[in-house]
Structure formats: C-alpha cells, structure tokens
Design a protein around this ligand. Structure first.
Ligand code: KG4
Ligand code: ZN
Length: 433
C-alpha cells in the first residue's frame, strides 16, 4: 500500500515535470510571473505564465479573524498578512512544482487598499526581488480585477475581445466604471479626451499597455460595503455579500421598494480619480442611502429583537452554512434581503448599460467581489444581451481578491519593461489611470 502510494507520487511528479519540460520547449518565450496580493483581508500568491496560463494560486482568507467584528479590522489584517505571507508564497511555488529560479518576474499590489496590509506584501515582494535580482512589477489592484477576466478568457481560447472595454469593478471597497483603451492603438489619450464617444476600437492585444478613464464611481459606500453593512445590521455576520446572495432566492424581491439615490450634480471632492477633469455624462453610484433605508425599515417594523436573537444564535455556530442562516430568518427578513439585493443589482446594471450606450462600448467586463453575485450575473447577462453588449465575468474564484489577477495585469508591464524601483511603496488611495 505504502509502496503503491510512493510509486504514484513519483509517477505524478515525473508526469508534471515532463509536461512542464515539453510546455517550456513549446512556449519558451512566455515568462512566469509570481504575484503577491495583500491589499485587504486575503493574503494571496499566484504564478501565471504569459498573462494567460494560471499555473498555481493560493489564497489565505482572513474571514474567520474578522467575522466576530462584522468587518475588516485593519490592524488584525496586517498581523494576519505577516503570519501568512511566507507560507502562501511557498505554497504557490510548491503547487506549481517550481522554484524561485524559474520565475522571470515578481509582481505585487501597490494599492489601493489598507496601508498596513499593502506594506506587508510590498515589503516582502521587494525583499524577494532584491534577493533574487528579478524585476519587480507594481500593479494597481483595480487593474488586477479587470485582468482576472482577460486571464480566464485567454485561457479559454477567447482572444477576440474588442475595445473600447467598459469595466464595472464592484467590490467591498470600490464601485467604479472604467472606460479602457490600449496605449498605442489610438491617437488620443483617453485621459485627456473629453468626448465620451471614443472611436478607437480593435482587438485586445496582450502586448499593449492599458489606460483607463474613470467615468463613474461611488460617492459614498461601495456596493459590497452596502451588502456587508446590511448583513451586519440584520444580524447575519460577515462578509455579507455571499450570505445575502444565498438567502435572497428565498424571498420576494418585490416585497419592499428601496429607491436608490440618483445623483445629478457633479462630484467636487478634490481627491483621487475625481481630479481628472471630465466633461459630459458621469455615471456615479450611491449606496449609503439604501443602508439607512433598511435600518429605518427594521426599526419601524419591530424587527430589532429578532435581529438580536439571530445574531446570538449565529455566534454559537463556528462556521454557519446557508441552511443555518435560512433557519434563523423569518419570511419578512428574507423578503427584505431579496428586495435590498434587487435594488442594488438593478441600479448597477442600469447605470452600467447606460454608460455602455453613451460610450459606444464594444465589450463589457464585470469584476470584483460583488461580481460573484448570482442575481447580478443573471441580470447582466439578460439585459446586456438585449442591448447587444457581450459581457464577461471572472469565475467566482477569481471574482474576489486573488493574486492570479495581479500576475495577469503585470504581464503587459513585463513586456514593456515597466518595472518598479526598489523604493516603491504601497499607496492606499492609488488611482487607476
Ligand atoms: O474584491 P473583494 O474580494 O475585495 C475588495 O477588493 O473589496 O470583494 C469583497 C466584497 C465584500 O464586500 C463581499 O461581501 C462581496 O465582495 N461579495 C459579494 C459576493 N461575494 C463577495 N457580494 C454579493 N454577492 C456575492 N456573492
Ligand atoms: Zn478587490
């Protein structure tokens, strides 16, 4: 028995080595990039070859650490990253049956994110780059989410995505609409073009860098943040998105009407991507109002006691699953959850499609943690098809934070030799341009 297992393991690793040897001979020019992601509450490392072959990916989630607090505690996140970073990077190398010598470049998330959390990933990546003499590539986390979709499309053999690309990045910290172009395939720089009707098109080319124009963002809470806060105020725990996603299908989405704030005035706050002067239409979001509306609803419908009982019951369980959540929710709560989700999904889809029409978008990408939401995916698929827009999502595994997306976004920078200096540091509010 023991000898049988040993024989199997040897055979298996021989098989993997042979496959790698043959693959490296067939496509020797494509570099292996080892990426590190530590911007929020996941410590992740991944190896991707040539921006399109996911070799290995390891994600250490901190959900259990933050769950008792109902949200991410920045100090705890930094401590967990410190604890996890070495085993996670080693895990990615081990899973790929590779050593650091076989890696061509290192990549790391530079921002945006929690300052202390970014510091851990950036410092470790710099140390690795310094010790090995490999180039280091700094990646914007939001660009990573966008490239998660491209990585999987290329891996599936789809090389025909067309520009202009409109990307909705919707997560716990962000709700952004980016109009993306490739540098070098059009005359005008999208950051200085004030005409939303960009005309340059063409296929996505892996070797060209991307430039981004922010045409919409949240003025207050991000969509994922609204999911998390509403789940918390209903006594459902953290992270709220997957829990609400699971429960919503048991409720009536028409039971409660939650109007979403519609913004007509320009955002005059002087920071981040808002600095870019944009004339013409904008497609901004606002989700703090709906969170307050849910709070008012539970107060005026005497739901507070039941919420406390639910919170206490769930705290008794170590790792509650959907059935547990469902058991502690009465029908009015399920209806409330379904109505809340319907309102957010409807607003995200409506505004994104409005922006797609206004910008003559050729391809829609929907990405970030909230892109894992079942109703969001179904609604986008249905309504984008009606409007004639092809829409792509990452798999659920690559929707939430991971390092494969960072390695994929690093690939065009590797081709253009856009390497970071050794004094690179994390930037909590890094804009995407
Ligand atoms: O991209 P991500 O992992 O981290 C950030 O960059 O923020 O996104 C995490 C967010 C959380 O707010 C979480 O509640 C939300 O994504 N999320 C979901 C779902 N899965 C994760 N929201 C709605 N439905 C889901 N299935
Ligand atoms: Zn993210």
């Amino acid at each position: 028995m023991f000898l049988g297992c040993l024989y199997f393991c040897i055979r298996k690793s021989y098989f993997e080595l042979t496959v790698r040897f043959i693959y490296d001979r067939i496509v020797p020019q494509l570099p292996y990039i080892l990426a590190i992601e530590s911007s929020c509450d996941e410590t992740a490392a991944a190896i991707v070859q040539g921006g399109e072959r996911l070799v290995s990916s390891v994600v250490a989630s901190q959900i259990a650490t933050h769950q008792p607090y109902g949200g991410v505690v920045p100090e705890l996140a930094s401590r967990e990253h410190l604890r996890n970073i070495v085993p996670v990077v080693h895990g990615a190398l081990e899973k790929a049956s590779m050593t650091l010598d076989q890696i061509d470049a290192l990549a790391v998330t530079k921002g945006p994110g929690l300052a202390g959390a970014l510091l851990v990933g950036v410092s470790y990546a710099k140390a690795l780059a310094y010790a090995t003499g490999k180039p280091l590539i700094a990646v914007n986390h939001l660009e990573g989410h966008i490239h998660a979709v491209l990585l999987e499309q290329r891996q599936a053999g789809n090389h025909d995505l067309q520009f202009p690309v409109l990307a909705l990045v919707v997560s716990g910290g962000h709700t952004h609409l980016y109009l993306a172009e490739q540098v070098g395939d059009k005359e005008a720089d999208p950051l200085t073009t004030h005409d939303l009707q960009l005309t340059a098109g063409g296929k996505v080319q892996p070797h060209l860098s991307w430039s981004y124009r922010n045409i919409g963002h949240t003025r207050d809470d991000a969509a994922g943040e609204a999911f998390d806060k509403v789940a918390k105020l209903l006594g459902l725990g953290y992270p709220g998105g997957p829990i609400i996603d699971g429960l919503a299908r048991f409720g009536d989405p028409k039971a409660v009407h939650f109007p979403i704030t519609q913004l007509k005035h320009a955002d005059r706050r002087p920071t981040g991507p808002r600095k870019v002067a944009v004339s013409g239409a904008r497609f901004d979001f606002s989700y703090s109002g709906i969170k307050t509306a849910v709070l008012r609803y539970v107060e005026t419908h005497d739901m507070l006691e039941a919420i406390e009982r639910r919170r206490a019951a769930l705290l008794q369980l170590r790792a509650p699953v959907l059935d547990d959540y469902r058991r502690v929710c009465d029908q009015p709560t399920l209806d409330l959850v379904a109505s809340f989700q319907r309102a957010i999904v409807d607003d995200l889809v409506t505004k994104t499609l409005e922006a797609a029409r206004a910008t003559a978008t050729a391809t829609l990408l929907v990405t970030g943690g909230v892109a894992a939401n079942t109703e969001l995916r179904e609604t986008f698929e249905e309504r984008a098809a009606q409007d004639g827009f092809p829409v792509y999502f990452p798999s659920r595994r690559l929707s939430t934070d991971n390092a494969a997306m960072i390695a994929a976004a690093a690939y065009p920078k590797w081709l253009t030799k856009t390497f970071a200096d050794m004094d690179v540091s994390g930037e909590a509010t890094l804009p995407l341009r």
